[in-house]
Design a protein around this ligand. Structure first.
Ligand SMILES: *Cc1c(COP(=O)(O)O)cnc(C)c1O
Length: 370
């Protein structure tokens, strides 16, 4: 049972859709597939423009930073992925200021406002919607609103790789919303997608930057249902399949509501057996628990109960475990995961097993108790 917050399991119907012979990308057949995929993508991102890139998610982060920052970036680092925005700036000699917090701490809105007010050079804000390093939800919508009120020309770049497909992200004040194939969209890795505001498109067209990650070139091509370079045809077919399934078979709102409820049931079940939820503001894409026993717990889960969950990275590598909620996770899988954790706590002598985790999970998930 793969319950890591990326990569997530690829559903069988998607694997089958991608199993056909490789298509030539410069054909009317593929252009039709690209068109349908693009329309679905525009809908789920809820932005006026969208671009698909043959790269992992980081490629889209780099493309947004380089194509939208002409002067200076403000980056939010509450974890590995926020830190990456700063590293991208460094690699491209782009001036930047970073707000650094512990990995369980969301960025403070006022801190962002103060920095923006005192530094007129800043023309982009780079932030995660969910910082996956600790499973943290940043107050992106509120920050975006405050920043736009100060200066509407500042581009808000939101990394939604573990948010798009998990929840409805309010894009009112966002200029770029990034996602990737191997998280909530349950595809193999290798495709990055991003939504853009009209203002972002204008800025991109005002000054063309880069070669492979030149968003101006891509926008021009993708509006004609083709790509500047060879398209990731197989992944595009997979993307069309999963997006149309989400839209037509599950429904966006239903998916978001179920994911939120499963995340809540998991948090409450684990809290009831004494687990400490790590982030101050947990996202619904994953549940992160802080415990010095994380490596032992993960080992027991994997060897005894066939549940594969993730650990941490860097300074909290051995201090957290993370359970995925993204994608088409079955309720019984999450229920089994919390049950296994309770059994592992018992085996490690941390707490005697009495079935509390499963009971609470079921009450919240199926009995509407809070
Ligand atoms: C996974 C992830 C990324 C992208 O990582 P890639 O390995 O390049 O796909 C970026 N941001 C967040 C928040 C992520 O979870």
């Amino acid at each position: 049972m793969l319950l890591t917050p990326g990569p997530t399991p690829v559903p069988e119907f998607v694997r089958k859709a991608m199993a056909d012979v490789t298509m030539h990308h410069r054909t009317p057949e593929f252009e039709q597939i690209f068109k349908e995929t693009r329309e679905l993508l525009l809908e789920i991102l809820d932005m006026p423009e969208a671009v698909m890139l043959a790269s992992s998610g980081t490629g889209a982060m780099e493309a947004c930073v380089t194509n939208l920052t002409f002067s200076k970036a403000l980056t939010v680092n509450s974890g590995k992925f926020g830190e990456r925005f700063g590293k991208i700036c460094e690699a491209h000699n782009i001036d930047y200021t970073e707000i650094k917090n512990e990995w369980n701490t969301p960025v403070d809105v006022q801190t962002v406002v103060d920095i923006i007010k005192n530094d007129s050079a800043i023309d982009t804000l780079c932030i995660q919607v969910c910082e996956s390093a600790g499973g943290l939800r940043h107050p992106v919508e509120q920050i975006a609103k405050e920043v736009k009120a100060i200066n509407p020309d500042i581009m808000i770049i939101a990394d939604g790789i573990t948010a798009v497909g998990v929840e409805k992200v309010d894009t009112t004040n966002l200029d770029a919303l990034i996602t990737g194939s191997q998280k909530a969209l349950m595809l193999p890795p290798g495709l990055a997608m991003l939504g853009l505001s009209n203002k972002a498109v204008e800025k991109i067209e005002s000054k063309k930057v880069g070669y492979y990650f030149n968003l101006g070139t891509e926008i021009k091509k993708q509006r004609m249902n083709t790509t500047a370079w060879t398209a990731a045809t197989t992944l595009t077919i997979g993307l069309r399949e999963i997006l149309s399934y989400i839209k037509n078979e599950i429904g966006y709102e239903n998916l978001y509501a179920k994911t939120a409820l499963r995340a809540k049931a998991t948090r409450e079940a684990l809290t009831a057996i004494g687990c400490e939820i790590y982030p101050q503001t947990p996202a619904n894409s994953m549940t992160t628990v802080y415990t010095e026993n994380a490596p032992e717990i993960r080992k027991i889960l994997k060897t005894k109960y066939n549940v594969n969950i993730a650990g941490g990275q860097d300074h909290i590598k051995k201090l957290i475990f993370r359970i995925n909620h993204m994608g088409l996770v079955e309720d019984f899988e999450a229920s089994w995961a919390v049950n296994s954790i309770e059994l592992a706590y018992d085996e490690l002598g941390l707490r005697k097993y009495d079935g509390t985790a499963n009971k609470i999970f079921n009450e919240v998930m199926f009995k509407g108790s809070n």
